[in-house]
Design a binder for this molecule. Structure first.
Ligand SMILES: C[S@@+](CC[C@H](N)C(=O)[O-])C[C@H]1O[C@@H](n2cnc3c(N)ncnc32)[C@H](O)[C@@H]1O
Length: 185
């Protein structure tokens, strides 16, 4: 695996780039998540990294809801837990490490976010099958992959894998650089 391999796991040392002010401008978490998250929802942020989306997700779920933030790397979750924006939201957020080949939770989910993570996972078919089993009947999953790492053709293949695993493609939201899809059951 080379340094440029797009499928290598993003190292914790590069997490700063995932949490920049610039990113907040072009991928505003609240604006991006608000259409999908209702108060009281159980939200999965799979491959959450340092938690760019987590504080806003936690505000949107409110006191009765919950965000389950899952990542392969404990170091990413440590960064998330230390974020100043997490102050006062800790009770709404569960952080969990997962093994490379599993999401590893068993709680029914109202909304799942998979942002810039699927191309790093070793078995998309297994991932989507597990996700399909976790989603409640009306739940949605928002999948976003980086246009700078993932080619259009590769994203189309990912959507095929998702459909074969039991997920339905509902929409393809426009993203200027990235690829995005909303999936349901
Ligand atoms: C490019 S970062 C994106 C982080 C976050 N979703 C964001 O948009 O800021 C990818 C994250 O996915 C995690 N990851 C990679 N492979 C994974 C796997 N098999 N299971 C869970 N997390 C994984 C990495 O540890 C990393 O934190």
């Amino acid at each position: 695996m080379t340094r440029e391999d797009p499928h290598r796991v993003c190292p914790v040392e590069r997490a700063g780039g995932l949490d920049s002010g610039w990113r907040r401008l072009v991928q505003n978490p609240r604006r991006l998540l608000a259409p999908y998250i209702r108060p009281g929802a159980v939200v999965l942020d799979y491959g959450c990294g340092p938690g760019f989306f987590v504080p806003d997700a936690a505000r949107l779920v409110g006191e009765q809801g919950k965000v389950i933030a899952v990542d392969l790397q404990r170091g990413m979750l440590d960064l998330l837990e230390r974020k100043p924006e997490m102050a006062g939201l800790e009770a709404r957020v569960e952080t969990r490490t997962c093994p490379e080949y599993a999401i590893g939770i068993d709680e029914p989910i109202d909304f799942a976010l998979l942002f810039y993570v699927v191309h790093e996972t070793p078995d998309q078919s297994k991932l989507f099958a597990e996700l399909a089993a976790l989603l409640k009947p009306d739940a949605r999953a928002l999948l976003v992959e980086p246009g700078f790492h993932v080619k259009r053709r590769e994203f189309a293949e990912t959507l095929d894998v998702a459909e074969r695993a039991g997920l339905r493609l509902l929409r393809r939201p426009f993203r200027l650089v990235d690829h995005a899809a909303v999936l349901g059951k």
